[in-house]
Ligand binder design. Structure first.
Ligand code: NDP
Length: 491
């Protein structure tokens, strides 16, 4: 390409720039002139390049793809995306939770598994993780939990003592911490992990019948993990290993896929089920509610502009479409508020107008208007109700809001209303019945390795008690691995 054929550098407002290399100066060694608006605007743009990173899930990557419903689940939901044969465009973002934007992809941490589906009824988002449970069950503790994972106020260092202090004082964390410290705490890549809705949601069919549902996106690449040693080594060599792996495999046509399965609980089962199905620290055992296949999720296109398509993508669990709704899961209800709110702060009041967030297949007829960076208003009339033919809600098309019946006094109370609700039972089942001997050995080694990095009394003794409550033998082994002597008996 000759110099004449190259595109010409311009201002952001399109005027031609005269130099890519030299500021306008008085004489070759004199000061820069304020009239060099090109250089000034270049510096100003650079100074404003960053939007605030996500408080959680800052480090991540993603790609575009689609979901194809291969099975007929219309008996459970009328959601357009889940009607057999339907293919829906999507964007996915995977992430670690606690680390900042430049932190290593191979840290021991849950992984975010966030999906946006562009349906003709508007965008549907599922903001899940690679684990089916979470550390806490009440959103009032979320900021405390995250603060314990992030940096200290005094020396700006992360602190394992702080993490175990929070976990051991919050025994509902045991199930998630068991998974975190096990093999799935460091996936080999984002392609080699499952995604779970974690929360229970409501599905509603065309006849108005309601069901409770949990989503399981099972990786077709197989679940694979990194040992702590491998994860630590890769963190030093290539902190962006998972971004690179996803990008490179899509680039060479090795497209990652997941099979979506759901567990369906009849609406009436919830009240008397042995576990609280709306407690996100619990799974629904497969034996009680087997997986039902729904379809296939495929990633087939890399972003061309990471910042525009992934960093500024705003996934919001409050983005439901007809046929899908929330459940009484308290963590979910907290997230319905919090995600949209954080995007208003992080990306901006009109983040939903950016191309990656804008519904591709539904028309926006909202009565919201103006605000920073808005480039498209709905037009007049700007209020409802109106007598000028403006948009009107159509419950006859979409049905009522998803709902469930509630009675009771206003209280602040623990949730142990179901006969097997406790903090340690399901974690213990996993340790004893799901893990094999070598996975249990790695679990002990991962816990001990983490605890040895800075956990002190009185937290240390509580750590051993915590694991004995999960499984007595496991607790003994952890104590022995940490302080090198046969465990004292407790409980
Ligand atoms: P199952 O034997 O049917 O399921 C056990 C599941 O454990 C597997 O299907 C697999 O989930 C998952 N698993 C295997 N290894 C690990 C690991 N290292 N870390 C995390 N998960 C792992 O039994 P139940 O359904 O009765 O559940 C028993 C226990 O298994 C639960 O208490 C829970 O701790 C764990 N579990 C259950 C899940 C569920 O949704 N029922 C999901 C994940 C874990 P997958 O098939 O999704 O890969």
């Amino acid at each position: 390409m000759t110099d004449d054929e190259r595109p010409h550098t311009t201002f952001d407002s399109g005027q031609p720039a005269t130099s890519d290399e030299y500021s306008l100066t008085i004489g070759p060694s004199g000061p820069i002139l304020l009239q060099d608006a090109y250089v000034i605007q270049k510096m100003q743009a650079f100074n404003r390049e960053r939007v605030p990173e996500r408080v959680v899930h800052a480090k991540g990557g993603g790609a575009h793809g689609y979901f194809e419903a291969t099975e007929d689940l219309s008996q459970f939901t009328k959601a357009v995306i889940f009607q057999k044969g339907k293919r829906t465009e999507s964007v996915a973002r995977f992430s670690t939770v606690a680390g900042e934007l430049g932190s290593p992809d191979t840290a021991r941490d849950p992984r975010g598994f966030a999906l946006k589906f562009y349906t003709e009824h508007g965008n549907y988002d599922m903001v899940g993780n690679n684990t089916p449970v979470f550390f806490i069950r009440d959103p009032s503790k979320f900021s405390d939990f995250i603060h314990s994972q992030k940096r200290r106020a005094d020396n700006h260092l992360r602190d394992n003592n702080m993490q175990w202090d929070f976990w051991t004082l919050s025994p509902e964390s045991a199930h998630q911490v068991t998974i975190l410290m096990g093999d799935r705490g460091i996936p080999r890549s984002w392609r080699h992990m499952n995604g779970y809705s974690s929360h229970t949601y409501m599905w509603i069919n065309a006849g108005g019948e309601r069901f409770w549902v949990k989503y399981h996106f099972k990786t077709d690449q197989g679940v694979e993990f990194l040992t702590q040693g491998e994860g630590t080594a890769i963190a030093g060599e290539n902190p962006d290993a998972h971004i690179h792996d996803l990008w490179a495999s899509i680039k060479k046509g090795d497209l990652p896929t997941w099979t979506l399965n759901v567990q369906i609980m009849p609406f009436e089962d919830a009240a008397n089920y042995r576990f609280n199905p709306f407690d996100v620290t619990k799974v629904l055992p497969h034996g009680d509610y087997p997986l039902i296949k729904v379809g296939r999720y495929v990633l087939d296109r890399n972003p061309e502009d990471y910042f525009a398509e992934i960093e500024q993508a705003t996934f919001e669990p409050s983005n439901f479409i007809p046929g899908i709704g929330p459940s009484p899961d308290r963590m979910l209800l907290g997230r319905l508020f919090s995600y949209h709110d954080t995007h208003l702060h992080r990306v901006g009041t009109n983040a939903q107008q950016l191309p990656v967030n804008y519904p591709k297949h539904a028309k926006v007829n909202s009565y919201n208007k103006d605000g920073a960076m808005r480039y498209r208003n709905p037009g007049d009339p700007v209020y409802a109700p109106n007598s000028f033919g403006g948009p009107a809600a159509a419950p006859q098309l979409f049905g009522e809001d998803p709902a469930w019946e509630v009675t009771g006094e206003i209280v602040r109370a623990a949730q142990a209303l179901h006969r097997e609700d406790d903090d340690f039972g399901q974690a213990g089942t996993m340790v004893r019945e799901v893990l094999d001997d070598s996975a249990r050995d790695r679990l002990v080694s991962n816990i001990a390795g983490h605890v040895k990095q800075g956990v002190e009394e009185p937290v240390l003794s509580r750590v051993f008690d915590y694991w004995r409550h999960v499984d007595h033998k496991l607790g003994d082994r952890v104590e022995e691995a940490v302080i090198g002597r046969a465990a004292a008996k407790i409980v």
